[in-house]
Design a binder for this molecule. Sequence first.
Ligand code: PEP
Length: 253
Amino acid sequence: MRTPMIAGNWKMNKTEAEALNLIRVLMQWVRSYSGVEVLICPPFTSLSTLNKLLVSSPILLGAQNISDQPPGAFTGEISATMAAEFCTHVILGHSERRAYYGEENVLINRKLKAAISADLIPVLCVGEVLTEREAGKADHVVSHQLQEALGGIHLEDPTKMIIAYEPVWAIGTGRSASPEEISDLIARVIRPTLSGLWGEGISQGIRVLYGGSVNSKNAGGFFNTAEIDGALVGGASLTAEKFLGIIEKTQKI
Ligand code: PEP
């Protein structure tokens, strides 16, 4: 019922020339896969160029962040409507923005509302840090992040919202949660929280991705579980071979 998605978050990597080189390889191969959506989130500086190149490609484009404010005097920021000229999705609430730029759920909530008003599909990242996990608070943290970030948002179409469960201790560390642990948290915490916000039907239609040190070797294990609808990939999205190796794993489910 939910189409799997593999999303690549390039973070602060790739000049425009490097971005073009990588996307040209991905474009050649992505057409050969079926039943999976592929989303690439490059830095803002490459969005316009990649958007032109991808015009007849199934690869989707997303931004990695947007401002919570409408266009105006906000030096250094990019508004939702400006991003929406070039892409269809936006990553919000990534743990790096929470940790390094002090983004809290209240701000993320405003960014989500700005994204939805501009017809951007948010990929909302949630996840606990290691100390929270060790203290047995992962369920509470994830549920609280979802409720605060999504509060006051009306959603009728579940395909217009994507959740990425990314335990912070698994991002870029080579450590990942087990498919069973992730599935369990999605079923016990994420879907019931989404159901509380928008009802069971909508909750069941929202894709929940896993993120945290996904690679072509461990990806199959994640995609074979009913609750995990794909992956948000950081490091392994920076080379075509590694990223395609992950997409490939969706074909054998
Ligand atoms: C991420 O930054 O969202 C991420 C999952 O990174 P990595 O795949 O490198 O752990």
